[in-house]
Design a protein around this ligand. Structure first.
Ligand SMILES: O=C[C@H](O)COP(=O)(O)O
Length: 253
């Protein structure tokens, strides 16, 4: 029996003004108050981090960012560093989301640098990986996951027994499309990811690392996904925007 506490994370992507984000974070904190046995995190836009951190004060809901730069500071217009995120109140950072890979030139190499920098800054890194529809159709899913993990985690050794690394499996074809991977498709990918993590990080760390599923997670499908042995939580986009709906996902048990 392993002891991975489920993590339900909300990626708010490019939605909400600072005022709306603070209001919704406060509402969520109230809705999930007292819920035990599950960790909760929300990741608003950079502009919303400080007001949301204030709204979450005294709550167990953690704050994450959606991206970061690998340098600690410098002439990088438009970027934020790990220490800056930490100072703004973040404990987590999402790295390598498929939207960043697709639209903003994120590569396994930049993902690798960012994860190293995140861990150095004392942030928990949520590494996103996943195949496109074309890659799945060509039966390349496991090869894609293998490469994204091996290149993304090259020379990275999070301390053993810690939960500093989280992996999110997000099949690109399931993001925002309403198509969810079946529980069995997700479990197959998650079991494979854990096997590769064991090769890279050792069995103990692979066993304690949380692997989240992302892609059209909703209150109606979270329980079935969570019933699978290697699915340890969800990275939720659209259904995390409404506090009431997201709180239902948090309360899946
Ligand atoms: O980061 C979250 C994922 O991209 C999933 O988004 P979605 O729940 O809207 O499909």
């Amino acid at each position: 029996m392993d002891a991975r506490t489920p993590l339900i994370a909300g990626n708010w992507k490019m939605f909400k003004t600072p005022q709306e984000a603070a209001r919704d974070a406060a509402a969520l904190a109230e809705l999930v108050k007292g819920v035990e046995g599950v960790d909760v995190m929300i990741a608003p836009t950079f502009a919303c981090l400080v007001p949301v951190a204030q709204a979450l004060e005294g709550s167990a809901v953690a704050l994450g960012a959606q991206n970061m730069h690998w340098e600690t500071e410098g002439a990088y217009t438009g970027e934020l560093s790990g220490p800056m995120l930490k100072a703004a109140g973040c404990s987590h950072v999402i790295i390598g989301h498929s939207e960043r890979r697709q639209y903003f030139g994120e590569t396994d190499e930049t993902v690798n640098k960012k994860i190293k920098a995140a861990l150095e800054a004392g942030l928990k890194a949520v590494l996103c990986i996943g195949e496109t529809e074309e890659e799945r159709d060509q039966e390349k899913t496991l090869n894609v996951l293998d490469k994204q993990l091996k290149d993304g985690l090259k020379d990275i050794f999070p301390g053993s027994g810690e939960d500093a690394l989280v992996v999110a499996y997000e099949p690109v074809w399931a993001i925002g499309t309403g198509k969810t991977a079946t529980d069995d498709q997700a479990q197959e990918a998650h079991a494979f990811i854990r096997k590769v993590l064991a090769e890279l990080l050792g069995k103990d760390l692979a066993k304690s690392t949380r692997i989240l599923y992302g892609g059209s997670v909703k209150p109606a499908n979270i329980a079935a996904l969570m019933s699978k042995p290697d699915i340890d939580g969800g990275l939720v986009g659209g259904a995390s925007l409404d506090p009431e709906t997201f709180s239902q996902i948090v309360k899946f048990q």
